[in-house]
Design a protein around this ligand. Structure first.
Ligand code: NAX
Ligand code: K
Length: 505
């Protein structure tokens, strides 16, 4: 699913009106009827609906919602803020429609505002500003926002919480943005919904299909895409009847150190559960017996060192390599890692300590093999790119790094993001907060390694691996709940996740 900017959303509206034989006012009515349905599904008539409308089309939507709920016998009150004395045409039509249906509890505010008393039983419909917001809210509008936020009322925002910019909020004041419980976004989500710092502002969000031109959306140029299951299932290659293990690649995993055998076990098990033909784990001597016992399907190759990775491996027999889980950050390990990567001609995934080693040896950064995949979480990424002000800033800087290194970055977290060297952002929709637990990242590394070894491109391996990792986490979570979920539970759910994805159309 594409994410359009607010500017593109306006173009999409205009294109739909011009080409799909629909009037602007009818598009608004369609949006309003879906919003009214959503509200009446969640709140019954015992709740007062208090509508705050602006003078633009977001306000027009809100007035139409008010009329539709009034016609369903909800108690409705409207406050329309007409400060400049200019009301959009469709908003004006909706004022007239309200009058025609005998609605009277309507207050138009042009300067002083006597706010209504709001209680926890009230439902506020926030239609002050939508995609037309062109600067952060201030003055009287900021006061209204603060008043609504200070109340206990439930808040439903139309299109996006008023005051929130669709993409970049780095110059915005968080106190001047509506905090919604539910955001009903017109047609597509906004980029800002996917940022952790906006979770409390956006609340639960849902998109409403109002019939915006699919033709426009298909040709719209956007770097922001939410990955879909159907797209990922098409990447899975069916196995031939006469297949043998060499068809699915031989993967090399360099992982583990003294006291960190677990990371290598988790990555190895996840790799084996993701279709790899053969797996060799290169690990220090101290982990040999543990790995042979814990992962009997894998071959174990000893490093020269007893406690940590110290000598690079000949890559001739392998189709892909992953390096990092639990390798530690000894200087000898760092040098071995750089030696290993210097001559690396097979697809590579770098995780955890391999990324930390890069951060502490920045002069080696530009020697990274092109098209490598780095899988940092926010902390690991910021050790590479410096501290970021917010998510938009972080994505912007991560994109610059991906372009500079010509690498793929999988930024882990809610909506894990695959950032390509070409500057595309693929947001992953699967996964849950239970997966924020030690070892979860090692599992992802193992999955991506398996996919690379099987011949998937770096982009597809990163996207598909991230998707199936989250899907397995969701399946596991149904059994364990978020609190008890462990990385091993994610691995245990991988078979079902792969099966489910294979069956997705
Ligand atoms: N036919 C259409 O175009 C449709 C539009 N829809 C709704 O229309 C919305 C967009 O409507 P508009 O383009 O009228 O824009 P808004 O209703 O978001 O904003 C209206 C006006 O607010 C003013 N403004 C912007 N920033 C301000 C600030 N910081 N302080 C004070 N005033 C400010 C601007 O002059 C702008 O024209 C969408 O979010 C959606 O809710 C939907 O009804 C779907 C159909
Ligand atoms: K709004």
């Amino acid at each position: 699913m594409k994410i359009l900017t607010c500017t593109q959303q306006k173009e999409a509206d205009a294109y739909t009106i011009a080409n799909n034989n629909i009037l602007s006012i009818n598009l608004m009515e369609k949006a309003a009827s879906l919003i009214a349905d959503e509200i009446s599904k969640r709140w019954d008539r015992s709740h007062r609906i208090v509508v705050f409308a602006g003078a633009g089309n977001n306000g027009g939507d809100a007035l139409a919602v008010a009329r539709l709920l009034f016609s369903k016998s909800y108690p409705v009150e409207i406050y329309l803020f007409n400060i400049k004395g200019t009301i959009s045409e469709d908003c004006m039509t909706n004022i007239q429609r309200l009058q025609q249906c005998g609605f009277t509890d309507y207050h138009e505010i042009s300067n002083a505002f006597e706010p209504p008393k709001l209680t926890a039983e009230d439902v506020v419909v926030d239609g002050l500003f939508g995609s037309g917001l062109n600067k952060p809210l201030s003055g009287g509008f900021a006061s209204v926002v603060k008043y609504i936020n200070a109340s206990n009322a439930q808040v439903v925002s139309i299109d996006l919480p008023s005051g929130l910019m669709g993409e970049d909020n780095s110059n915005n004041l968080r106190t001047n943005i509506i905090r919604a419980d539910l955001t009903l976004s017109i047609q597509l989500p906004k980029l800002a919904f996917l940022f952790p710092e906006n979770e409390d502002i956006v609340g639960e969000w849902k998109t409403l299909d109002i019939g915006i031109s699919q033709e426009f959306i298909a040709q719209a140029d956007t770097p922001y895409i939410i990955t879909e299951a159907s797209e990922m299932s098409q990447l899975i290659k069916p196995r031939k009847r006469f297949a043998f293990k060499n068809n699915f690649g031989h993967a090399l995993l360099i992982a583990g150190s003294s006291g960190m055998a677990g990371a290598s076990i988790l990555a190895a098990r996840a790799c084996l559960r993701s279709g790899v033909g053969l797996l060799t784990i290169h690990t220090p001597v101290c982990n040999h017996d543990i790995l042979q016992t814990a992962v009997p399907e894998a071959m174990v190759q000893n490093d020269v060192h007893e406690l940590y990775f110290a000598e690079p491996v000949d890559l001739d027999n392998y189709q892909a390599i992953a390096i990092g889980p639990g390798i530690g950050q000894e200087e000898e390990t760092a040098l071995a890692t750089f030696d290993q990567l210097a001559d690396c001609y097979i697809p590579a995934v770098l995780d955890a300590d391999a990324i930390n080693i890069l951060s502490s040896h920045r002069n080696y950064l530009n020697r990274l093999p092109r098209r490598s995949i780095l899988t940092p979480h926010i902390g690991e990424l910021e050790r590479l790119i410096g501290r970021c002000n917010d998510s938009f800033d972080r994505l912007t800087k991560a994109k610059e790094l991906a372009a500079y290194l010509q690498c793929y970055i999988v930024l882990k977290g809610a909506y894990s993001t695959v950032i390509t060297p070409e500057g595309k952002f693929y947001f992953n929709p699967t996964g849950n907060p239970g997966m924020a637990t030690g070892g979860s990242g090692d599992v992802l590394t193992g999955i991506i390694l398996a996919l690379l070894a099987q011949g998937h491109s770096q982009e597809n391996a990163a996207r598909l691996g991230t998707f199936v990792h989250g899907l397995a986490g969701d399946i596991a979570c149904r059994r364990t709940g978020e609190i008890s979920l462990t990385a091993s539970d994610i691995i245990a759910a991988l078979p079902e996740a792969w099966k489910e994805l294979c069956e997705t159309k």
